[in-house]
Design a protein around this ligand. Structure first.
Ligand SMILES: Cc1ncc(COP(=O)(O)O)c(C=O)c1O
Length: 247
């Protein structure tokens, strides 16, 4: 727990063990171990952003040169993000956070298909579960798949849950509480065979396991930069391809 005056140590900083004093006192420096919750902004990220927070602050949608050149910067960032997951730059949509991406992806599939059924799991992040609960108020049916004692899904349950009214299967890649990895490739293949959209909340997996959308059949992917050293409310996106749309 942080107390005032404590500072975050960077991974390379050494903490003096004598500060712990038999565990009775809080150390002068906080050792932060919850990078699944969020991460500090990396110095190189801050350096890359500084010009656009200070001197180059134009509106990229402006027709004047001051703003318009920012559009090129955004397109470069979009291409870099696409490269991270093997996508095409046109598939990257920046949003304000993964909560928004998750909501947008589910909304997009309901809107695109006109179907009224979502399949998800009981262990999804609250941003997905609350979104599903909100859709239930709009007469959308939601199947919440259970997990076993190891946090794993039974893929037979998934197959059984999909009907011809299913718009989307929304399942995460890595669980934010347990770290359990769902078999996204197998899930994607089942959904492809049944002609159902797949949305994957990849927030906890990005930067930790290989994510390549050319190898894994997913339609929408949510990623959030603040889990891997970007600032909060920045560099978050949903990925959608040609047959996919976003509201
Ligand atoms: C698995 C998972 N999904 C979604 C989110 C929401 O991300 P954001 O803070 O960008 O809205 C989190 C954040 O903790 C998460 O762990």
């Amino acid at each position: 727990m942080a107390t005032s005056g404590q500072v975050h140590s960077t991974p390379t900083e050494k903490v003096d063990a004598s500060q712990f004093d038999a565990g009775l006192q809080m150390p002068d420096k906080l050792i932060y171990l919850d990078h699944n919750a969020t991460t500090p902004v990396a110095p190189e990220v801050l350096d890359a952003m500084m010009p656009y927070l200070t001197s180059e602050w134009g509106n990229p949608s402006s027709s004047c040169n001051f703003g318009a050149k920012l559009k090129r910067v955004i397109e470069t960032a979009r291409a870099q993000v696409a490269e991270l997951i093997g996508a095409h730059a046109t598939e990257i949509i920046f949003t304000s956070c993964a909560t928004e991406s998750n909501n947008a992806a589910i909304h997009a599939t309901l809107k695109a298909t006109g179907k009224q059924h979502i399949v998800t799991s009981l262990t999804e992040h609250s941003s997905v579960l609350n979104c599903c609960r909100a859709w239930e108020q709009e007469d959308v049916r939601v199947t919440y798949l259970p997990v076993d004692r190891d946090g794993l899904l039974n893929l037979g349950d998934l197959e059984e849950a999909i009907t011809d009214q299913t718009a989307v299967v929304s399942l995460m890649w890595a669980n934010n509480e347990t770290g359990v990895l769902f078999p996204v490739k197998a899930i994607g293949e089942i959904c492809r065979a049944r002609g159902v959209f797949v949305h994957c909340d990849t927030v906890q997996a990005t930067g930790k396991v290989e994510i390549d959308v050319r190898k894994v059949p997913v339609d929408y992917l949510s990623i959030t930069g603040h889990k891997f050293n970007a600032p909060k409310a920045l560099v978050h996106f949903t990925c959608g391809g040609k047959r996919r749309s976003c509201p």
